[in-house]
Design a protein around this ligand. Sequence first.
Ligand code: SAM
Length: 373
Amino acid sequence: MELKVIDEPVPAPRLLAPRQRMTDLAAALRGLGYDLAACARRLGVLPRLGVNFWPPLHEAWRARPDDAVDTLLALLIDGRPVAAERVAAHLSPARVEALVEMGLAEARGGLLTARVCLFPCGGRYLATDRADRNLAINQVMYLWSESYILGGLVKRSPRRRAVDLGTGSGVHALLASDHAQRVVAVDVNPRALDFARFNAALNGIENVELVRSDLLTAVEGTFDLLVANPPYAPDAAARAGDNFWSGGLDGTDLLRRIVEALPDRLDADGVCHLNALYPNPPGTRTRDHFDRWLGGALDGWEVLDHSWPVPHYTDLLSERPFTGDKSAWRFGVVSLRRAAGGRGRGWWREVAGKGFFFRPDGSCALVADHDAA
Ligand SMILES: C[S@@+](CC[C@H](N)C(=O)[O-])C[C@H]1O[C@@H](n2cnc3c(N)ncnc32)[C@H](O)[C@@H]1O
């Protein structure tokens, strides 16, 4: 897959007053059936490695003009210009105006073109930057397979306080807002927080606090749910956190810091889910690195490892990606909970491999459930 290059600054979407004009748009999208299962059906991308909208859209897919989901996919994900009349016929002229006022799309010569993407995810809608490579802005990550896999794997049981580290569009914070009393969404990129703020309002969500912070540096207290999809690509051209993909020279700068913080920041009954690339040097295992980061105390943790081998991993984004031996690399979600009984009572279980995450109806077939393991 090639990422096109555009280099114009794109403003973050704008909040509308009254807010009800925003939630009305989300309700209309829901009413038209613009959801993960419908998109996946149209693109034929499930069940597979989550949802990766891009390849099918850039191959032979053609939007059927009379179909609402096709029209929304073409406009809001693929970024094709679509006749404004056609969108209005599905959504209503007032909602097309709202799309333009919010800066989600621009109208020119009877055509509507989206300035950002708007993805369906877990009953919510998430604006992100477009997938075209754009160095004029610090891009807010579009929902990739990993965003859906991580969102699907989290067990949605009641929580006191959740945190989403590297929230980007706000996706994991907004998903947690249903089952956690309070949620903190953290990012270093102010543009990401603007998108997360917009997305919270679009979905009528009010219990998410947005914090600009280098991981947990500016956040106090502990959590009983910690979710993170940190930048993880080994990249010799950018520092960890410069963009949404670079995890520093060996890719683990942010992952390591998150795991090191767990003993202090995760409540005794808390669970942590980490989506990442695990760029293990040859002959090492992910668990060896977690053990080191936890000060040799991994045997005090119960770990569900939903990762799979990626010896041929291709980095589409880094300027100077890693080129060495990737034979031990893995990718996926590792979920940790403190073992009841402490040191010596933990375990590490590899749960599933690539390809088993989603059902054709878009629901996740696997949930990271330590009690059921
Ligand atoms: C891979 S993206 C994940 C976006 C989103 N959570 C998702 O899963 O779709 C990583 C995010 O981490 C943010 N980030 C990078 N360095 C960070 C840091 N030091 N502290 C907090 N957030 C950081 C980036 O700005 C980006 O939004």
